[in-house]
Write a protein that binds this ligand. Sequence first.
Ligand code: GRF
Length: 194
Amino acid sequence: MTKRLAVFVSGEGSLLKSMIDADLPIHFVFADRMCEGIHIASALGFETECIQREYGVSFNRKKYTLEVSHLLSDYAIDIVAMAGFMTVLDEVIFEKFPEPILNCHPSLLPAFPGKDAVRQALEYGVKITGTTIHYAEKSLDAGAIIAQEAVRIERQDTVKSLHERIKKVERILYPKMVRNIIADLSRKRFSIVR
Ligand code: GRF
C-alpha cells in the first residue's frame, strides 16, 4: 500500500510544488498561516488544513503540536515532509507521531542551523553553502542527514539570489529523497508482514 504523505508549509510553497510535480502521494497539506503554499495546494485540489499559530507569550506550543498530531492521525499519515514550515513543534510530536518527519534546510548542516541560514552563510563569508535533507528530531536542525548538495556562493550574491539557487537544487533533491524514503518504508513494512 502506498504510504500517505503530509507536507507542511509556511511560505512560497515552491518545494511543495516540486513534490506535487513529482507525483508524491500527498494526502494533505498543512500550514501554520495562510500562505502561498496553502493556496497552491487548494488550487490544485489537495486537502488542506491550516491552524493559525499565535505569536508571543500566549502561544502554547505543546497544545498546538497536539492539534497537529491529531490531524496526522485523522488523515492516517505515514510520513511528513516539512517544506519551509516555520513553527518549531514541541517534542511531544515524536511521541504522538513516531513515523519519519523530514526537513529541508538551506545550508550544509551542521553549519548555520536555525533561522536565516542563507543570510548567516553570506554574512560569515563562506564560499560554499547548500542544502541538507534530514530527519527532524528533538533538537532543531540536528537529525540524521539523508542528503546534502553544495551550492557555490558568488561574489554578487544577495540573500534572495543565493536562496533561489539553493531552492533550485532543493526542488530536485528533496522530492527524490522523499520518494526514496517512502519506497524504503513500503519495503520494510512489507518484509515485516511476510
Ligand atoms: C527552502 O529553502 C527550505 O530549505 C527552507 O524553506 C525554504 C522553503 O521554500 N526550509 P518554499 O516556501 O518551498 O519556496
